[in-house]
Design a protein around this ligand. Structure first.
Ligand code: C5P
Length: 236
């Protein structure tokens, strides 16, 4: 599979067309952003780490029967993915209070939910990815009732698997964001990435092992992300 023209430039990765119309090449970049791009830094080695972490996790998701876009990792910073039309929703699952949930509702971080919570955000940088509900999703023609139900069910199934994967390396999966995409036949599969950039992971001492280290200026993310990769490599 050969890399061709740039298809999409994102904050953390670039997507390229390939000589196969059904396959795109994702190149993970050394860029960290927060606050919808208002905080931005180049961090050498971040692209490699996230590409390797997300490749390993998606391989495991595929193995456990989740339909994903992941085909194979082809270099330290690149992977091949099945081409999809991304559904413009950030599907967030929360197991434990943190981040924008704690802020919005004035609730301390670190309280486990009796059952995980699924939230939708409208993926739109100009609007700062607003929180939206099912009715909004339908009105905006983003997804049908059946698709909304499918997204929620899939997100919860993926939560169970990811919680188990991270528990094996002694990390608690606090929350995470997923993106899904449609294949030409209309079926929906998991796309984008799962990495410490898109999830909150706490160790046994409640240390942040994720992008909150960058967002909150708690230190260097490279050794933190490296720990996640090394742990996953030893276990999977
Ligand atoms: O900020 P918030 O608490 O809503 O984030 C919930 C989860 O979704 C976190 O794990 C965060 O890393 C992830 N997220 C993301 N991309 C965004 C917003 C949130 O990956 N644009």
């Amino acid at each position: 599979t050969e890399k061709r023209t740039l298809l999409y430039e994102g904050k953390a990765k670039n997507l390229y067309n390939t000589d196969d119309a059904t396959i795109v090449l994702a190149e993970y970049k050394d860029q960290a952003t927060a606050l919808n791009g208002k905080k931005k830094d180049q961090i050498a080695g971040k692209g490699e780490l996230n590409n390797q972490i997300t490749s390993l996790i998606f391989r495991e998701l595929n193995r456990r029967g989740v339909a994903t876009h992941f085909i194979e990792q082809i270099s330290k910073t690149e992977q091949l993915n099945t081409k999809v039309a991304i559904i413009p929703l950030e599907v967030v699952v929360r197991n434990v209070t943190a981040g924008s949930f704690s802020k919005r509702f004035g609730i301390a971080e670190g309280i486990a939910f009796p059952k995980p919570i699924v939230e939708f955000y409208y993926k739109n940088d100009d609007l700062d990815d607003p929180f939206i509900n099912d009715e909004h999703v339908k009105f905006l023609d983003i997804a049908t009732d059946d698709e909304i139900a499918f997204l929620k069910k899939s997100a919860l199934e993926i939560d169970t698997i990811l919680t188990d994967i991270f528990a094996k390396i002694d990390l608690t999966l606090i929350d995470f964001k997923l993106e899904f995409g449609r294949l030409p036949d209309g079926s929906i599969i998991l796309a984008d990435e799962v990495s410490p950039d898109t999830s909150r992971l706490w160790d046994a001492d409640n240390n942040h092992v994720d992008k909150d280290v960058y967002r909150r200026d708690l230190g260097d993310i490279i050794p933190v992300y490296q720990k996640v990769l090394t742990g996953l490599q030893a276990e999977f």
